[in-house]
Ligand binder design. Sequence first.
Ligand SMILES: C[S@@+](CC[C@H](N)C(=O)[O-])C[C@H]1O[C@@H](n2cnc3c(N)ncnc32)[C@H](O)[C@@H]1O
Length: 263
Amino acid sequence: MSPTDQLFTDGAAYERLMGRWSRRVGDVFIDWIEAPRDLRWLDIGCGTGVFTEQVIRGCSPAAVVGIDPSPEQLAFARGRGEWSKVEFIVGDAQDLPFADNSFDIAVMALVIHFVPDPAKSVAEMWRTLRPGGTAAAYVWDYKNAGSPTAPLAAAMRAMGLQSPAPLSPQVTSLQALEELWRAAGFEQTGTRAIDIAVEFADFEDFWQSMTMPVGPAGTAIAAMPPDGQAQLRSVLEQQVPLTADGRVTYRARASAVKGCKTA
Ligand SMILES: C[S@@+](CC[C@H](N)C(=O)[O-])C[C@H]1O[C@@H](n2cnc3c(N)ncnc32)[C@H](O)[C@@H]1O
């Protein structure tokens, strides 16, 4: 996978593949970070603004800057609502176009595993935060098959195919995230796992959602020949957990981290 495969370029498809699940994690994450009102927020890798919207609704920010390398995702974000306190900017987590000490809180919601150099992005959070500011992130726990797309990856592996892993899956455990935060200089660090239920009306709903043409998984499946896609579907039909009434349900797990720039 290359850095450009880590971009998400279709907002509506993203919503069906991921937005509905990431929102469930975001609610728990927002409670956990206990951010006071009236902060200046930086939402790194804001994409279609799913988490940005949760910040506006749940945290009463003074202002929010959302930054993402995908103009398509930002166009979708801009069109989805009233954003009087929000500015959306194209940019990269590893080279933030902001002065030192610009923000009170910087967050990465489901982003750091797509960044080629995660340590650089955490160093950029540190640089752009004011002393006393908070850096926090959550990410699917790929090391423990925590992503909603884990059944898809398992089926691809069973077929002898390379599974659609993000560029930096090594940073998705609680321990790895805390080490990254401490190495960047953050103190008073904390971590927690966030478990959510993932549910689909039936296998067809699951298949259509998983094969949305967006992100690493969608890119990998779109590149498969039709008979390969049919075989993948058949393997998944045998592997995914079905309830007696035909629904597909399983658990997903995110790892979350937070820390303070005390100096
Ligand atoms: C799974 S989406 C998460 C979007 C949003 N934060 C949310 O919670 O719905 C991952 C986002 O990371 C962005 N991304 C990928 N590489 C990035 C980088 N190097 N710097 C910043 N964002 C990046 C993608 O374009 C995409 O919008």
